[in-house]
Write a protein that binds this ligand. Structure first.
Ligand code: AMP
Length: 171
């Protein structure tokens, strides 16, 4: 499975800006057998058993978080980029491997749950997940762990975190 998954991640050199090798995970979605194995593998992690809910990151994180939520019958909430969510929000800015951004979470969506498993497509520097983990911690929540499909090992993003980090492949 690992060989197939690696083959389905397409490199785009200098996207979205010079010096970045963008790892495009979307070709995976054209191979439902591999996609379902990825979801099964992610879902088998203890971090989901230890969580009340899943927190998925805008936008490719939604693809994987939603599938895991369906597979495990776990509630899911989202962290979204600016201007996308209505209602009372918690907002925080962060640095990306290629720029900066900010994320928002709906206060009401967060309220019913104490612990969260965070899901995204890819871990690079860890700035995105650091931002989300600080939002959760500031709200008095617990993070059971992070699950990503791809981890860029050389960037050591996982060293930023005091919770378990799981990835299907390290590139
Ligand atoms: P980071 O905050 O540096 O860990 O970046 C992780 C987020 O940015 C994820 O949501 C990824 O979708 C995206 N990202 C960062 N670097 C890359 C890359 N080289 N290829 C694809 N996506 C990336």
């Amino acid at each position: 499975m690992t060989e197939n998954l690696k083959d389905l991640v397409k490199d785009h050199i200098n996207f979205p800006k010079s010096g970045i090798i963008f790892k495009d995970i979307l070709p995976l979605l054209q191979y439902p057998d591999v996609f379902s194995k990825v979801i099964e593998e992610m879902s088998s992690s203890q971090i989901f058993k230890d969580a009340d809910a899943i927190l998925s990151i805008d936008a490719r994180g939604f693809i994987f978080g939603t599938a895991i939520s369906f597979y495990l019958s776990k509630p899911m909430i989202v962290a979204r980029k600016p201007g996308k969510l209505p209602g009372n929000l918690i907002n925080r800015s962060y640095d990306l491997e290629y720029g900066s951004n900010s994320l928002s979470i709906q206060v009401d969506a967060l309220k019913p749950y104490n612990s969260f498993a965070v899901v995204d497509d890819l871990l690079a520097t860890g700035g995105t997940i650091k931002c989300v983990s600080e939002m959760l911690k500031d709200s008095g929540k617990v993070i059971s762990g992070l699950s990503v499909v791809i981890e860029l090992g050389e960037l050591n993003g996982r060293d930023k975190f005091d919770f378990p980090v799981e990835s299907n492949i390290v590139l």
